[in-house]
Design a protein around this ligand. Structure first.
Ligand SMILES: [Zn+2]
Length: 265
């Protein structure tokens, strides 16, 4: 753990210890992530959810657009950090950074520089590799063990929506989604994709983030079709731009999926 991150965590622990003592000195959500959750909340006001896993609580920070931060088991993971959405100097340093593809709203070298430390691991695609030093390229279908977690790279591409005839916004083989396994909890961040056969064949996904911004990714109908196929327990539409999230809720109302809408335009 780098010095800056250690110092940041220590500061968070001190602040949270003081806060926790008001309620009787009993941290309710595990000793490591709750101080960090409170620190992020007070520093940025970004919305957060907490989901229990066998590794302890998973804190999800909804940075906005296609950008997320996860914290679990003392590890911090930034997904597609983008300076336009948040002041990354106020967010915890990364143990792991996941980049889905090279478009500028997903790959922001300045945000990567703001959260990386010497020992931060960076997973990215081939098209991103020339823009961020020291990243590890993962191809579609590859799996790695990192920091006690399993990370799988899933394909992310367009089948229907095209920039021009024969030119998908996201060509097959170029972009990644990621399935991150925290203990026994499998979290799928789809990246910029449609409801591909590979998505529909996913197994045992507990939490899914599916994009819905148009015309680049999926309509609510396509998201509903994908989700109905692999049945996540919890579904967050994310990166949804101006698309109407209520249409997705209506389409999946009989499918027993917990759909959660967060500010992820
Ligand atoms: Zn995008």
């Amino acid at each position: 753990m780098g010095y800056l991150r250690l110092r940041w965590l220590l500061r968070a622990v001190v602040i949270a210890a003081a806060a926790a003592c008001v309620g009787g000195c009993v941290p309710k959500r595990g000793p490591r992530v709750e101080p960090m959750r409170q620190q992020v909340e007070s520093a940025t006001g970004l919305p957060q959810d907490v989901i229990g896993t066998s590794m302890g609580d998973l804190v999800i920070t909804f940075v906005g657009h296609g950008t997320l931060m996860f914290a679990c088991g003392g590890k911090v993971i930034h997904v597609d950090p983008w300076m336009q959405l948040a002041d990354y100097l106020l967010l915890p340093k990364a143990d792991l950074i996941l980049i889905t593809h090279e478009h500028r709203d997903h790959l922001d070298p300045a945000a990567v520089a703001a959260v990386r430390e010497d020992d931060t691991q960076i997973i990215l695609t081939e098209a991103c590799a020339g823009k961020v030093a020291g990243g590890i390229v993962m191809k579609n279908g590859e799996t790695r063990r990192l920091l006690g977690l399993t990370v799988e790279a899933a394909p992310a591409y367009n089948v229907v929506h095209m920039r021009a005839a024969g030119q998908p916004y996201h060509p097959k083989g170029s972009g990644n989604g990621y399935v991150i396994t925290f203990g026994k909890t499998r979290v799928y961040v789809a990246g910029d994709t449609e409801n591909t056969p590979e998505m529909k064949a996913l197994q045992d996904i507990d939490v899914a983030f599916l994009p819905m911004n148009l015309p680049y990714t999926m309509t609510p109908e396509m998201v509903a079709d994908g989700a109905r196929a692999f049945k996540p327990r919890i579904l967050y539409p994310y990166h949804y731009g101006e698309t109407d999230t209520s249409e997705l809720i209506e389409r999946l109302k009989n499918d027993n999926i917990d759909i959660r809408i967060r500010p992820m335009k």
